[in-house]
Design a protein around this ligand. Structure first.
Ligand SMILES: Cc1cc2nc3c(=O)[nH]c(=O)nc-3n(C[C@H](O)[C@H](O)[C@H](O)COP(=O)(O)O)c2cc1C
Length: 321
């Protein structure tokens, strides 16, 4: 197998095995639409040879937004604003997936007016923001927001949607015992903590149909005592795989690693590849073909996500040849 050969991620044909993992720019218009500056960033990436681009995380409701100048996909009026971007990326034979996210207590661009929701009223360890514990109605509303946003992603011409369930934003708070102290059916064991994610997946699938790629980016561990374990992650991913998710991108609290560390989640990815057939994307500390060879030489994991190397040099993939 050659990482520069075309392959399929589920039913999506991509020109190579390299994926730009979601990377926030802070350069969108105030209404969430992409600027020419964003277009130019994605053009450099597409020219630079990456097979698939996952957009920066886009917010999906009008009551909260993790960062200022973030992409948004929370209203129908934004659909047309993405068409140039998608067409431009496609003109380089590059695929583009939109990542969609619900924020919570990780960060809020406009905290004075935001409705800050979480699984439980547990303060976030980095922002110290204490969210409001969600009612069951609010859970249903969030599920609907993910589904409606995914329909817009499809209507704008993207090749797929990625559900953000990593980095201690809302959905990854639900799967984590550090944040999720609920005693109803959305808290407790792994199946209960995953419930909202499964319901989001099912609602999105109902909206976009059987063929539209739905990916997830998920924490493989909280890297904290009493937090989400790799064992929890494996069980949860098995459920997602069985439900029909098209790709699983593996992540975690990547900021805790030193810059010279490599392949942070390699072991989790290899373990997962032994129990599911779903394509797996390994992201975090992937820095060279030799790094990747260590993984695809000894497992079925052969898709690699990169963020910081492509921030530094959008043509990084070409430099690997
Ligand atoms: C500036 C910056 C912005 C990021 N924005 C996002 C984002 O919007 N969504 C996301 O899931 N991850 C985001 N990440 C995390 C990356 O996708 C990736 O998981 C992490 O950087 C580890 O990969 P790397 O070692 O290749 O950088 C961001 C990372 C950086 C450096």
């Amino acid at each position: 197998m050659d990482l520069f050969d075309s392959t399929y991620i589920g039913n999506l044909k991509v020109k190579n095995h390299f994926i730009r993992s979601a990377t926030f720019e802070g350069k969108a218009n105030k209404d969430g639409s992409p600027t020419n500056e964003i277009l130019s960033i994605y053009q450099d990436l597409a020219k630079g040879g990456v097979g698939t681009i996952i957009t920066s995380y886009a917010y999906i409701t009008d009551y909260e937004q993790p960062e200022k100048y973030q992409l948004g996909i929370h209203k129908d009026e934004l659909i047309d604003s993405y068409k140039n971007l998608v067409d431009m990326v496609h003109s380089y034979d590059t695929k583009i997936i939109m990542q969609i996210a619900h924020g919570s207590s990780h960060s809020q661009a406009y905290p004075e007016t935001a409705k800050i929701l979480g699984p439980s009223a547990v303060p976030h360890p980095t922002s110290n923001i204490r969210p409001k514990e969600m009612t069951r109605q609010e859970i249903q509303n969030v599920i609907k927001s993910f589904a409606d946003a995914s329909q817009r992603v499809k209507d704008a011409g993207f090749d797929g949607v990625q559900i953000h369930c990593a980095h201690w934003y809302l959905l990854s708070q639900f799967i984590s015992p550090l944040f999720n102290k609920r005693t109803d059916s959305y808290g407790g064991g792994t199946e209960n903590r995953l419930r909202i994610v499964m319901e989001v997946y099912q609602a999105v699938r109902e909206k976009v149909g059987p063929d539209f790629p739905i990916w997830v980016k998920i924490n493989s561990t909280d890297q904290e005592p009493d937090g989400l374990t790799v064992e929890d992650f494996l069980q949860m991913s098995k459920h997602l795989s069985k439900a029909g998710i098209d790709a699983i991108e593996i992540s975690g609290q990547w900021r805790k690693f030193d810059l010279d560390e490599r392949l942070y989640y390699k072991d989790a990815a290899i373990k997962l590849s032994k129990i599911v057939d779903t394509p797996i994307i390994l992201t975090g500390g992937v820095r060279s073909i030799d790094d990747m060879a260590k993984v695809y030489g000894s497992s079925t994991v052969n898709l690699f996500g990169l963020s910081r190397p492509l921030l530094k040099d959008p043509a990084y993939i070409k430099s690997l040849i």
